[in-house]
Design a protein around this ligand. Structure first.
Ligand SMILES: [Cu+2]
Length: 554
């Protein structure tokens, strides 16, 4: 394990910075020396007080989140108790453990390449059934891990597939219906880093080195206490933690030089959407450049001030610190936003235990029985601002690389012959629903002809919540957003209402209340015979509650 930065460096006093900030108001448009007094009109991050006590854990070639390149060799992924963790790391009670090449890994980052054969045996040492899903990879049903087949406690499940996807940051997590939220929250997740020529080209162009100037960040919010214990309200709204952990560390710091950095971020939260931005210690916003998302690199970079990042989405970005003075701290943060949680009624009406969900409610579920108690929001409500990670500029270096004008060739999906298929997202009778239905294992209400193209119209009721809609097996091209909330419309980068993170390809698309989003899908299948997948909300409490639909492609 290599830790970036010096853990002994004392944190600066946030309280003093905040006091100084209130003295003087200046335009917040340019870098200023750190001694300058500047005001932040709203600097909610001050409320956090001094943090960033621990260095970011940077995955090495072993251990926690360690980078493992199987290169076609078989792996055994043991799902069970997590074992020992590095100092400063907070993690759930469970983990995927791998022993490979004489090294031990915990939730390894699997390094893969297009065309590579992947052979993984899942060894279930949990006391409950499980299955692993390769989120974002286009595989056949037998290898998708969508929950239709499970590994019983003590049993194994074998995967054998070929990587057919573009270079991108994908991930893996459990997908046993009804227990996905519990097992993921309890610590079962890992990154899949698929590398290709476009990715290597970007690294060459910008002199990026993984683990040094290119950092993968897994974000998970957690509550105090070891395991998954949702209150009734959490099952309706989703479970929101009190603290954010970046690679297992609460608000870590990383010491950096005055140059460009690439951050590849996975939102592995059960339910929380983030409004990602960068701010200086004085509250000045620092723009960043979106270069990729769930499906790999965008055709071209887009520079923005902020971007929403919903559960399961990935954000691949560049932050340019070449003009930052030594001594400056630039924080990755989530800014304040309206999470648009409609008051959807009586949480106690959702009886997950009666629905056969292994997740179940905790003993204190009764405490959430009041309809609008927002027990889920006690510690850190969704939409409340939070500093997530500090980048402390410690060294001045010369850096003169320019971000390439194009990143990766990516033709639009040809929609000339596409049929349109509507989906309605909403809440009724205590359950989140897709087209007024809740999920039934084995049923496939969505039937698609293979080798056809469809446009899916995803409409979310005004009285709903944001839903991060994820389709297994295929990637979506976002065509347009209509009637978006103001906070989303303000981020549109084209006449079709799309935001920067909509470009390229997506496996998870956030649909806000009142919004209509059109996505194009090409249902090409290289495998014979019908294949079945699922389309679901990636708010894991919504998913486990049945906000999912079977999709059969034949
Ligand atoms: Cu949802």
């Amino acid at each position: 394990m290599r830790k970036a930065g010096r853990p002994d460096a004392p944190p600066r006093s946030a309280g003093r910075r905040c006091a100084l900030r209130s003295l003087v108001a200046l335009p917040l448009t340019a870098w200023l020396p750190p001694s300058a007094l500047r005001a932040a009109t709203d600097d909610p991050l001050c409320a956090e007080g001094p943090r960033a006590r621990h260095a970011l854990v940077v995955p090495s070639d072993r251990g926690y989140l360690g980078r493992l390149a199987p290169r076609g060799a078989p792996l055994t992924l043991v799902a069970g108790p997590r074992g020992r963790l590095p100092a400063g790391v907070t993690h759930g009670p469970l983990a995927y453990r791998v022993r490979h090449g004489g090294r031990d890994y915990v939730n390894p980052t699997l390094l893969l390449e297009p065309g590579e054969r992947v052979r993984i045996t899942l060894d279930n040492r949990l006391d409950a059934p499980t299955i692993a899903h390769w989120h974002g990879l286009a595989v056949d049903t037998a290898n998708d891990g969508n929950g239709s087949t499970l590994a019983a406690p003590g049993a194994r499940h074998a995967y054998d597939f070929v990587v057919r996807d573009r270079g991108a940051l994908y991930w893996y997590h459990p997908h046993p219906h009804g227990s996905t939220a519990r097992q993921t929250y309890d610590g079962l997740y890992g990154l899949l880093d698929v590398d290709d020529d476009d990715q290597r080209g970007l690294r060459r162009a910008l002199d990026l080195v993984p683990g040094r100037t290119e950092l993968t960040l897994v974000l998970q919010d957690r509550r105090a206490g070891a395991g998954y214990a949702p209150a009734a309200a959490d099952l309706t709204h989703g479970l929101f933690g009190d603290d954010m952990f970046v690679n297992g560390v609460a608000c870590p710091y990383v010491d950096v030089a005055s140059r460009l950095y690439r951050l590849r971020v996975l939102n592995a939260c059960n339910a929380r959407t983030l409004r990602v931005a960068f701010t200086t210690a004085a509250g000045t916003r620092v723009p960043f450049t979106v270069v990729g998302n769930d499906g790999g690199l965008l055709p071209a970079p887009v520079t923005v001030q902020e971007a929403f990042l919903a559960a399961a989405e990935r954000l691949d970005l560049l932050v340019d610190l070449r003009d930052a003075p030594v001594g400056e701290t630039v924080s990755l943060a989530s800014l304040a936003f309206d999470p648009m949680h409609a008051e959807v009624g009586e949480p106690a009406a959702v009886d997950h235990a009666a629905m056969g969900h292994g997740g179940g409610a905790s003993a204190d579920a009764g405490a959430g029985a009041q309809a609008h108690d927002h027990a889920h929001a006690a510690g850190w409500p969704e939409g409340a601002p939070r500093r997530l990670m500090d980048m402390r500029v410690r060294t001045r270096v010369r850096y003169d690389r320019a971000v390439p004008a194009t990143l990766a060739p990516l033709a639009p999906i040809d929609i000339a012959q596409a049929r349109e298929r509507p989906f309605r997202l909403g809440y009724n009778k205590g359950r989140w629903r897709i087209n007024d239905r809740v999920f039934v294992m084995g049923e496939t209400p969505v039937e698609v002809a293979r080798d056809t193209t469809e446009i899916w119209l995803l409409r979310n009721y005004h009285t709903s919540m944001p839903h991060a809609m994820h389709l297994h097996g295929f990637h979506m091209e976002v065509l347009e957003r209509e009637t978006s909330p103001d906070a989303v419309a303000a981020l549109a980068i084209d006449g079709r209402g799309r935001v920067a993170t909509d470009l390229g390809r997506k496996d998870t698309v956030l649909v806000w209340p009142g919004e209509s989003v059109r996505v194009a899908l090409r249902f090409a299948l290289p495998w014979p015979g019908p294949q079945t997948y699922v389309f679901h909300c990636h708010n894991l409490e919504h998913e486990d509650g049945g906000m999912m639909v079977g999709v059969r492609v034949a």
